[in-house]
Ligand binder design. Structure first.
Ligand code: IVH
Length: 661
């Protein structure tokens, strides 16, 4: 039991503090289950510090309502520097001396209030309506950056209330959505909703699995703290063990605060969390007190919002698209609308349950949001503007492309077209096969693919290799020269190697990365096809779900036939092995940040992996090199902080070519 406790504790730290889990969730659950089993059997050996005691497993009832020590006010918000100047004039009118300022990113999560007694976390609550919130203490306790015990002088205060923003980092959000998708569950809309939903879970073990963090942004009640300024109070919070935002700045002049806000705005897409603006605060706490508050917001702070990334528009129609494996995806066709600098015409509605949950209908006015480079989505329907006589959307009973039967397997979120000869599926499969990360066949565009399918010239991907320039030249709008080009491009793709073939096959859960892992491990298709689920699952980076999917793919007679036809058409089913002397970077790990100029990111990854290196998404102490391109992001800062060597693009290329010591 002691060993289990220690193991679980270590995995908790890996998962929450370092975001580098070494075991799968299922394995983690098995450890926890085993410990609970033993504890049930030997209750005398249960220790108060046991992981099973830290996170109560039993679901909580509905949350209790709690009244805040002081009302959790809102912020007055503006969108222009001129309005911030007007705010400053008001502030100056209320003060005998000019104030200094603190600028903080306005992190887009949910505000919470934490109550500590003599350094111990006793209560955590949501903002609620500002006066009364919900008691979510058990959930907040699972968030690693919320200290349960305070260090230093703050730990001695009789009572302390701290406010902060709970959020889900973007990378963690993307990871969570990938996991949900793998399990066939609908994706979460955005990091803010994900954070809010996670904090309000009835079962803390669910919250605990959600990668949440908190930045403390205010000491709202601390008799005896004795800090003269907000800036000092933030420093005291950091010293007590809270996370405060490293991008907070103090300035004397408002002009500098505005310049810094402008800078943060340009970095917005590269922050590791969503931020919808900055908060500018009067620094001196006495001055804050003098200025006071309205019933709605303090007079000493203002939010300067970044330009909105939301817009409303009308859904003209809802279409259903057929994917390469027959999955039917409903897509809303919109009145084109600009959101955050991009014109949006279509937005995926994901699946039937999502449509039903939001009750999205053709003709509806909807609120669209696009955050950073994340694809746009429907936040909600503006029901007050729903046209009279509109009807709920109904999923078509037949495939819109082939009129074949559709079904939604029990337990799955998606309807599928089960027609094996569905032209829409075939087009998508060909398109995927020819795409850049897969076989990279130039000149094979959508219009060409449509003709090939409609004229029966391509019934599967292998048929591509049998096309003649003479036949293609007779197609509509297709000259002899372009026919020659296409045939040559197709022919060239024969030698792309196993990893790209695997990527192109569209095996569920197998993208470029996994395809490369599989190709590197087996080298040849026949060896891969013969591998057992257990063997596949043991490959680092593969895991049981992917292993099952791969195994199922190769068990299918139709798939095996298609592979035979591809091989017969002369497509190489082997991965060019780099001689071990050539695998100079075996065991080394690289991280790329910023844009490279001489080669694409994909090409750089492929190059490194061919040389035996691992390319990972985030920098840690075990990273060997960080390759720094133009406009590098946070990863460069992380490298500097952790002392990981960095390489400029030029140095990187020299190293790859073996020209560096
Ligand atoms: S100070 C009385 N600072 O923005 C002052 N708020 O619309 C209270 N927020 O609900 C707010 N980052 O949850 C402050 N650095 C920051 C913030 C921040 C995010 C949220 C907060 C609040 C909302 C105000």
């Amino acid at each position: 039991m002691a060993r289990l406790r220690a193991d679980i504790g270590r995995h908790d730290r890996l998962y929450y503090e370092r975001a580098r889990p070494e075991i799968s969730d299922a394995e983690y659950d098995a450890l926890a289950r085993e410990l609970r089993r033993l504890e049930a059997k030997f209750p005398d050996l249960v220790r108060p510090g046991s992981p099973t005691q830290r996170v109560a497993g039993a679901p909580a009832g509905p949350f209790e309502r709690v009244e805040h020590r002081a009302a959790m006010l809102s912020l007055d918000s503006v969108t222009s520097a001129a309005e911030v100047r007007a705010f400053e004039r008001n502030v100056r009118r209320g003060l005998p001396v000019a104030p200094g300022w603190v600028v903080e990113p306005k992190v887009d999560g949910l505000g919470i209030a934490l109550l500590y007694r003599r350094g111990r976390l006793v209560r955590g609550a949501t903002r609620g309506d500002g006066r009364v919130g919900e008691d979510v203490t058990r959930n907040l306790r699972t968030i690693p950056s919320i200290p349960k015990m305070l260090r230093g002088p703050l730990g001695n205060l009789e009572e302390l209330e701290v406010r902060g923003e709970v959020f889900m980092p973007r990378a963690a959000f993307a990871r969570l959505n990938r996991e949900l998708a793998e399990r066939g569950e609908p994706p979460l809309a955005n990091p803010r909703n994900a954070a809010a939903g996670s904090v309000r879970q009835k079962d803390p073990t669910v919250t605990r699995r959600r990668p949440l963090a908190m930045f403390a942004y205010q000491v709202s009640h601390a008799p005896g703290l004795g800090a003269a300024s907000h800036w000092r109070a933030l420093a005291a919070l950091a010293a007590a063990g809270f996370a405060t935002n490293p991008r907070n700045r103090r300035t004397h002049q408002l002009g500098d605060a505005l310049a810094y806000a402008e800078k943060l705005k340009t970095q917005r897409d590269r922050l590791e969390y969503d931020a919808d603006g900055v908060v500018i605060k009067v620094d001196d706490l006495d001055q804050q007190g003098r200025l006071g508050a309205t019933g709605h917001h303090p007079r000493w702070a203002i939010a300067l919002k970044f330009p909105a990334r939301q817009a409303t528009t009308v859904i003209r129609d809802i279409d259903v698209q057929v994917g390469k494996s027959g999955v039917l995806t409903p897509v809303a066709r919109l009145e084109p609308v600009e959101v955050g600098g991009v014109v949006i015409r279509n937005v995926s509605l994901h699946n039937e349950d999502e449509i039903r949950r939001k009750d999205v209908r053709a003709g509806d006015t909807v609120l669209i949001e696009r955050v950073g480079d994340v694809i746009p989505y429907v936040v909600q329907v503006v029901t007050s503007r729903r046209p009279r006589g509109s009807r709920p959307f109904r999923f078509p009973g037949r495939c819109p492309a082939c009129r074949g039967l559709t079904l939604r397997p029990p337990g799955e979120a998606y309807w599928r077209c089960v027609g094996s000869a569905c032209p829409a599926q075939l087009k998508e499969r060909l398109r995927h096969f020819a795409s850049r990360p897969a076989m990279n066949i130039e000149h094979l565009g959508d219009a060409m693919i449509a003709q090939l399918v409609e004229r029966g010239l391509a019934r599967d991907v292998a048929d591509l290799y049998r096309l003649s320039a003479a036949r293609l030249g007779r197609l509509e709008g297709f000259g002899r020269k372009s026919a020659d080009n296409l045939v040559r491009a197709i022919s060239l793709s024969r030698r792309r190697g196993l990893a790209r073939v695997l990527t192109g096959l569209g095996i569920r859960l197998v993208g470029t990365h996994v395809a490369r892992l599989l190709a590197a491990r087996y080298g040849r298709l026949d060896r891969l096809a013969a591998a057992s689920v257990g063997e596949l699952a043991a490959i680092p980076g593969v895991g049981p779900a992917i292993a099952r999917s791969v195994s199922r793919f190769f068990a299918d007679g139709g798939n095996r036939g298609a592979l035979r036809r591809l091989a017969a058409a002369g497509v190489s089913m082997a991965e060019p092995r780099t001689a071990s002397a050539g695998r100079r970077f075996a065991g080394k790990s690289f991280v790329l940040t910023g844009a490279l100029t001489g080669l694409t990111r994909d090409a750089a990854i492929e190059l490194l992996e061919r040389l035996g290196a691992r390319v990972t998404a985030s920098v840690s102490r075990t990273t060997d090199y960080v390759v720094v391109g133009e406009r590098p992001g946070e990863k460069l800062d992380a490298a500097k902080r952790l002392g990981v060597p960095t390489l400029a693009e030029r140095e990187f290329l020299a190293l790859v070519r073996g020209r560096a010591a």
